[in-house]
Design a protein. Structure first.
Lengths: 122, 110
């Protein structure tokens, strides 16, 4: 059974930093691209970053490019999201998610974590 | 990278068919055959219902079907059932190599 378990969320002041982690199990982690998707209160889903299966390709939404960094450690079956210069509009539940087909990029998502809440407020 | 455009809500009676549209641009829906649809019940994780425009993952009912024309994709649910009441999100692969989601559509089964 595929499991994705996020951690690292919390309350942070504007301008602060936070690192989210997502521990994966139940599949061959190194074969799948991964993504972080967030949902702000009352809003829809937003894909903020994608990382290829090897980690060699990283991609970002315009809203976070230059502030967020995605990475992965295939030896630990874990994907990370380093968030810096956080803003109020970054307040959201952040979900770690797995590519469906096992390709270099994420074309569709087949599994989601339970999410971790990030609140940016003074 | 504006969100794909979906109607906020649609409704139908049991047994009827409904269609949810999802409009993007040539940089996303129009440029790739990587449109997917997700069903989300309150408090639950999204469930993949359609991938690559019109393919169903194993276990998804054949009452769900997808299509695309130009920059607009559509999800059709036939033979509506009470359990289909949920939020539905479309997404597409984009020129930026990330996914772009729609704002979501609330389906009410009356």
């Amino acid at each position: 059974e595929v499991q994705l378990l996020e951690s690292g969320g919390g309350l942070v002041q504007p301008g602060g930093s936070l690192r989210l982690s997502c521990a994966a199990s139940g599949f061959t982690f190194s074969s799948y691209a991964m993504t972080w998707v967030r949902q702000a209160p009352g809003k829809g889903l937003e894909c903020v970053s994608v990382i290829s299966n090897s980690g060699g390709g990283t991609y970002y939404a315009d809203s976070v490019r230059g502030r967020f960094t995605i990475s992965r450690d295939n030896s630990k079956n874990t994907v990370y999201l380093q968030m810096t210069r956080l803003r109020g509009e970054d307040t959201a539940i952040y979900y770690c998610a797995k590519d469906f087909k096992g390709t270099y990029i994420v074309q569709a998502v087949s599994a989601w974590g339970q999410g971790t809440l990030v609140t940016v407020s003074s | 990278q504006s969100a794909l455009t979906q109607p906020a809500s649609v409704s139908g009676s049991p047994g009827q068919s409904i269609t949810i549209s999802c409009t993007g641009t040539s940089s996303d829906i129009g440029g790739y055959n990587y449109v997917s649809w997700y069903q989300r019940h309150p408090g639950k994780a999204p469930k993949l219902m359609i991938y690559d425009v019109s393919n169903r993952p194993s276990g998804v009912s054949n009452r769900f079907s997808g299509s695309k024309s130009g920059n607009t994709a559509s999800l059709t649910i036939s033979g509506l059932q009470a359990e289909d009441e949920a939020d539905y999100y479309c997404s597409s692969y984009t020129d930026s190599s990330i996914l772009l989601f729609g704002g979501g559509t609330k389906l009410a089964v009356l």
